[in-house]
Design a protein around this ligand. Structure first.
Ligand code: ATP
Ligand code: MG
Length: 330
């Protein structure tokens, strides 16, 4: 049974529709077809500055949302990255075989550092830690959005290089990117991806939004001055994005939607989409609050997940330490 691993950053109080459609829906589906490892990557989340209290709250909010969308700790290993120290340890070893130029080509760093006054070294080495996350678990597939494709390529390069230098150790993971939903766009800037850290609030539908807030964001999404509801990413990126969201959440194809809204206005279309979105997220928001009502239970569940994850991670790290000539951790 193939292994899957993926992670999500606790960088906001809520995940958004882009996270859900691009990655998290696949997480839920893959827990039944794969040996699944999913983590809240809090080590990654401190690379752009953070507040400790918010991090604690967001860690739990993240876990609660993952349970709310349908992850089941009996069918997958759900854990928090910082509870498994092997991630950081392997990251150091991989950093030593990563070229500075190679790391400098990562576009996520370029984008994120351009938006900051003072980018950290941690933000720069982020993709190396991500490679460690994946390689520790002999991962076959990594369900992610399009923005992570380049990091997955780096992960494969590092795995191949390590294997060639020190002997076969790592499995080469493949990205699992669902084309149609690989880049859900910002509602206010449909040329940019919806992002927890970069989008303005009106640009993001959060899974924890109230029905009223979510509906309002859909209705005020930026579209073009035309009238037609057709899928044209080049000339009508706003409408194309809304069609994608509608299609996946309602289980209707885009041509069917185009036919349904022929001769109708953007107002009708957005009104119906608002209903579809609210129907999809309201139960998630409700279940999230239920899980959050018992933080001790959430922490316990995550600690159990970390124990299961460590059983795999310590074995990989022991092999790596042996291969590179380190003494075993005691
Ligand atoms: P941040 O802005 O803090 O980086 P994010 O919204 O990019 O937050 P991440 O935690 O970095 O979210 O990514 C979690 C997962 O969601 C990744 O697999 C990523 O590829 C995917 N993802 C993020 N944004 C989108 C999007 N707009 N469309 C599709 N997938 C996305
Ligand atoms: Mg991101």
């Amino acid at each position: 049974i193939p292994r899957v691993l993926s992670g999500i950053q606790p960088t906001a109080e809520s995940f958004h529709l882009g996270n859900y459609l691009g990655a998290l829906r696949q997480w839920v589906a893959m827990q039944d077809t794969h040996d699944a490892f999913y983590c809240v990557v809090d080590l990654h989340a401190i690379t752009a500055g953070h507040d400790p209290e918010a991090l604690v709250r967001r860690r739990r909010a993240s876990a609660a949302q993952l349970l709310a969308i349908g992850l089941d700790p009996d069918r997958c290993t759900l854990f928090v990255q910082s509870q498994v120290p092997e991630h950081t340890q392997l990251s150091w070893v991989l950093g030593a075989i990563t070229g500075f130029g190679e790391a400098s080509r990562m576009t996520q760093f370029k984008d994120k550092s351009a938006k900051q006054e003072r980018a950290s070294v941690g933000l720069f080495t982020y993709p190396i830690l991500q490679a460690a996350d994946i390689l520790l678990y002999d991962t076959d597939e990594v369900p992610v959005g399009e923005d992570q494709r380049q990091h997955l390529e780096l992960t494969r390069d590092l795995a191949g290089r390590f294997n060639k230098t020190f002997g076969k150790t790592f499995r080469l993971p493949k990205p699992h990117i669902v084309k149609d939903t690989a880049k859900i766009c910002d509602l206010q800037d449909p040329t940019a991806k919806m992002s927890k850290s970069n989008s303005v609030p009106a640009g993001i539908v959060d899974l924890r939004d109230t029905p009223k807030a979510a509906a309002k964001k859909i209705r005020s999404a930026v579209t073009d001055t035309g009238r037609e509801i057709v899928f044209d990413e080049e000339n009508k990126p706003g409408i194309a994005n809304l069609l994608t969201i509608f299609s996946v959440l309602a289980g209707v194809t885009i041509p069917e939607l185009e036919a349904r809204y022929q001769g109708k206005g953007y107002g009708d279309f957005k009104g119906d989409l608002a209903d579809v979105v609210v129907e999809a997220i309201a139960p998630i928001a409700r279940r999230t609050e239920e899980y959050l009502a018992d933080p001790a239970q959430l922490d316990k569940l995550l600690t159990e997940g970390a124990r299961k994850a460590r059983a795999v991670a310590t074995a990989t790290l022991a092999d790596v330490y042996d291969k590179v000539g380190f003494a075993q951790p005691v």
